[in-house]
Ligand binder design. Structure first.
Ligand code: XMP
Length: 538
């Protein structure tokens, strides 16, 4: 990690994290910095370059975020995107115009025309005529003095501008989205050609540098970790284990709400294969006891979250008194949890995994080695560390576990049905994928029209809606449970669509569940998107 950082200065645009991801994909380290913090930081630090994100404001709106003219005098290269370009033009005495129409979607872009120069560094290797993705109302009507227009669209007289001497660049379109086909090339041109980055941000380099950093920071101290078996906490633990070995102790709270064989798998992989110092706490009875008679979803979540912290705390105390204390609490916090938006609002952190609520007398310093990584980068680091792909690419599994897939009261019998039916669904989708892979070289987890990424199935599981219905099996009337199948496509879990699993696959899963799982006589398929539904049922 020898490159200096790139700052992605956040003006509240919906794509700001995407810009940071694209920069990282170009193997350049970057940080998202709220716009109101960057003036002060620039006084003390010198990043390799700065990218302004878009944002919802118009430069003419009251209170619109703006940086002072002096900010542009530092000599650090700047690329303004959308609002970022308009703000740059406005502050440097160009003119921003608010037309009546919006330019939205895929738009033809011409570099030839007034003022274009095929040799300009931002557009090096990009065709003269291409398309880009626009999403704006305002645009720069007149570029500031010393700037020249380097691309246009039918509706936008300055789709890109530059002042090469001052290393100031602006693009009205969004190079960070997939729909701008040359977007990554343009960003790379900025990072490598203009900012002089070397591109040494790789999972291998990250893992190496982080291990050394953790070793230095922890010294002879001890680290405690709540390991859930989820991707983030596992990668954080393996990384830290590499750095400090047995001075890391992991507590794995088995709340009895895990999927079939999951607890054993965690112990097998992290305990036996990685030889980590890990203690499994079997707290199933305790959790089920607390959940007895409770049907309200929020109440269930609160009970599980609270109990989790209590169990962890008790175990931590036992361990600390026995083994001479701990100095650090390891957490699998990742970048989307810590990035502040342009409005200065922190992203919501899921409460379940946040065991920061430890009592004050346990003075543990937080160790968060993944706090600068996006989820896909965490996975790459995990692979780099030798964690098996099926664990690294594991689907998200909610902290409250099967309890929120079991509507109403949670009972051992309902958990059994959920575990068994879920195992059938997972096994059949795996088999379907292996078969597909053998035939086509592609795995799409059953998603139709899969384009290799965004539409791939995000999560699949069974739910128990807590209803019984009449059926007939072997000439006998049954009155048994209904199992729901939920399978969704999504990019980030914020919105989702139901996955179009093939009928043949659904048929096999349905047959197997009713035949193999006692107490089930009906299967339904959830065809609700999010919104209005959520991915989980509770
Ligand atoms: P929803 O149901 O809100 O789920 O559409 C979105 C994503 O978040 C996961 N999820 C959770 N993850 N703790 C977690 O760590 C939770 O309490 C929790 N609730 C939902 C869900 O599985 C989906 O991927």
């Amino acid at each position: 990690m020898t490159d200096k950082s790139i700052w992605v200065v956040d003006f509240g645009g919906q794509y700001n994290q995407l810009i940071a991801r694209r920069v990282r994909e170009a193997h350049v380290y970057c940080e998202v910095v709220p716009w109101f913090k960057c003036v002060k930081r620039l006084a003390d630090e010198r990043p390799a370059g700065i990218i302004f994100t878009g944002g919802p404001a118009s430069v003419y709106a009251e209170g619109a975020p703006k940086l002072p003219r002096a900010f542009f005098e530092s000599g650090v290269p700047i690329l303004g995107i959308c609002y970022g370009m308009q703000m740059m033009a406005h502050v440097l005495s160009g003119n921003v115009y608010s037309p009546d129409y919006k330019e939205y979607g895929r738009v033809a872009l011409r570099r030839s025309g007034a003022g274009a120069d095929p040799g300009d560094p931002l557009f090096a290797g990009i065709p003269e005529e291409t398309v880009c993705w626009m999403s704006h109302t305002d645009y720069v009507e007149r570029v500031p003095e010393g700037f020249r227009v380097c691309a246009q669209t039918d509706n936008c007289p300055a789709a890109a501008m530059e002042n090469a001497e001052r290393k100031l660049y602006g693009v009205q379109f969004h190079p960070e989205v997939h729909h701008t086909p040359f977007g990554q090339k343009l960003l790379s041109n900025f990072l490598y050609g203009i900012c002089g980055c070397k591109g040494d941000w790789t999972p291998a380099n990250f893992a190496k540098a982080k291990t050394e950093e953790i070793r230095r920071r922890v010294g002879g101290g001890r680290v405690l970790c709540a390991l859930s078996g989820g991707v983030d906490s596992s990668v954080a633990a393996v990384l830290t284990h590499k750095a400090v070995g047995d001075r890391l102790t992991c507590i794995f709270v088995d709340h009895g709400l895990l999927r079939k064989d999951e607890g054993e798998q965690v112990m097998e992989v992290y305990g036996r294969r990685f030889r980590m110092n890990i203690k499994r706490v079997d707290a199933a009875e305790r959790f089920l006891g607390k959940l007895a008679g409770v049907g309200d979803p929020e109440e269930k979540r609160k009970i599980i979250g609270g109990e989790f912290i209590r169990v962890f705390e008790e175990e931590a105390r036992k361990l600390l008194s026995k083994e001479g204390g701990a100095d650090y609490l390891l957490q699998g916090t990742i970048y989307p949890d810590v990035v502040e938006s342009g409005n200065g609002e922190s992203a919501v952190i899921k409460s379940h995994h946040n065991v920061g609520g430890l009592p004050a007398d346990m003075k543990l310093e937080l160790l968060e080695p993944l706090r600068l990584l996006f989820k896909d980068e965490v996975r790459k680091v995990g692979e780099e560390l030798g964690i098996a792909p099926e664990l690294v690419w594991r689907q998200p599994f909610p902290g409250p576990g099967l309890a929120i897939r079991c509507l109403g009261e949670v009972t051992p019998e309902k958990l059994r049905i959920l575990r068994e039916s879920d195992a059938v669904l997972r096994a059949e989708i795996d088999a379907y994928n292996e078969d597909l892979f053998a035939r086509t070289g592609k795995r799409n987890y059953g998603a139709e029209d899969d384009d290799g990424g965004e539409r791939a199935v995000w999560q699949y599981f069974t739910v128990l809606p807590n209803i019984r219905s009449v059926g007939v099996m072997g000439d006998l009337r049954t009155y048994d449970h209904t199992v729901g199948i939920r399978a969704v496509t999504s990019v980030d879990g914020m919105t989702s669509d139901w996955a179009r699993l093939p009928y043949s696959l659904l048929e096999t899963v349905s047959n197997r569940i009713v035949n193999e799982v006692d107490g089930v006589n009906r299967i339904v398929y959830d065809i609700t998107s999010k919104p209005p539904g959520t991915i989980e049922w509770e």
